[in-house]
Design a protein around this ligand. Sequence first.
Ligand code: NAD
Length: 486
Amino acid sequence: METLKDIEAVLGPVPAGPIVGGQVAATAATLAVVDPATEETLTEIGVGDTDTGVAAVDAAAAAMSGWAALAPRRRSEVLRRAYELMTERGDALAHLIVLENGKALADARSEVAYAAEFFRWYAEEAVRLEGTVETAPAGTNRILVLRQPIGVSLLITPWNFPAAMATRKIGPALAAGCAVVLKPASETPLTALAIAAILGEAGVPDGVVNVVPARNADAFSSRLLDDDRVRKVSFTGSTEVGRLLLAHAARTVVSSAMELGGNAPFVVLADADLDEAVQGAMVAKLRNGGSACTAANRFIVHESLADEFSGRFATAMAELSVGPGVQPGNTIGPLVNAKTRDKVASLVQGAVDGGARTLTGGQAPDRRGYYYLPTVLGGVAQDAPILGEEIFGPVAPVVSFRDLDEAVSLANATEYGLVSYVYTTDLRAGLQVSERLDSGMVGLNRPVVSDPAAPFGGTKQSGLGREGGHEGMLEFTESKYIAVEW
Ligand code: NAD
């Protein structure tokens, strides 16, 4: 399945433009979708403008009351069917992700499995939207609290997990009874459009899920946030864009959920098992080739282990094969575009200029495509600029620390607070450090935290709210309190 045609033969046709009210909408403009492994155009699709966005809100608003009124069991069954269809066609969907995003096939396959799980999990949650009944403290009445769907929701997703970031929002929104307008990233619109087609086939009524690739993201989202009918914005992407959306949402007081950038510390305590720590470091760094908000971004290693850890880590990184994601032997695909690759290169250069040692990698290979070699930087200064930025590529800077207080303070020295990793053989120390780390999630002797059943999200400028778990569905509801006497 190397071409879009091969993929569509298994997956079914990928809609070639915005899906509004169950139909492909006519558009004035088109967008070229590029394969990052070849820098060649895969296909051109229609892209919407603000009018397309308003038409999508019209469709969502018209469809929402019927969807919200449907029995939760029925909504659950539709989501379950979507999980089954996505799983059956998982391999074709994974190939589609590789084509437009560039990631290695194994990463794309695990993304599809993870993405489909959000439909299964929220199929199970849709029938568990509980309210509460209490007696008022004064004994005069009852306090009845219901959960109602919040309303038409604007979902905006990034290119790095084009399937999972979409289903992590669509699943809970649909479970709660909301209709949505999803704007996928311009780099990777095909996956979201393919998922919309699957949802339609699973029985989601027309208008409940609208997917609108749009050329001018700012104008598009601003117009929709000004629309009274849009009651929620759920965004995953950079902190920079999150701040803009929050400022805009403030004007119409739209409920906002923000999954933003990360700068995860990977802390290796003095008693850590080095084999496990290096293995964990490889996974925490390289899921998605390093283009993950959860990617370990700073390796903070006890001074007694730092050289040994860095050396073994560099050896393992040097063994990876870099090349087109579609070839199963390759574990590191290209970055998504030239801008991302150039940013990674300049961060590495800055660290080296500041005295860091390149233990492996340190350059873009001489080949077509937006590749960067897996890189380990040893002896990075504690105040090096690379430690303050989200690298978003296969680059691992290692710094050392002397004692636990220093490790915690280094780990927390960032505006981000999405996830932290800790490796130790002392569970007590591990839990104590975990409590002190200022992040929404911690991987304790575990390099992956993402789980549809768990609340995913960050502290500080990594975001607001949680996705996944029961909490993820509550994000798409509003409490209705009824004071009642009976
Ligand atoms: P991005 O912020 O550039 O874009 C994300 C989405 O926002 C895209 O759909 C884009 O078209 C849209 N967008 C861009 N400018 C906009 C504007 N002015 N107004 C409205 N929408 C706008 O992010 P990206 O480069 O696609 O993704 C990488 C970023 O996403 C990283 O910072 C990463 O950490 C973050 N991310 C976070 C999570 C999480 O769960 N916390 C998950 C994945 C990615």
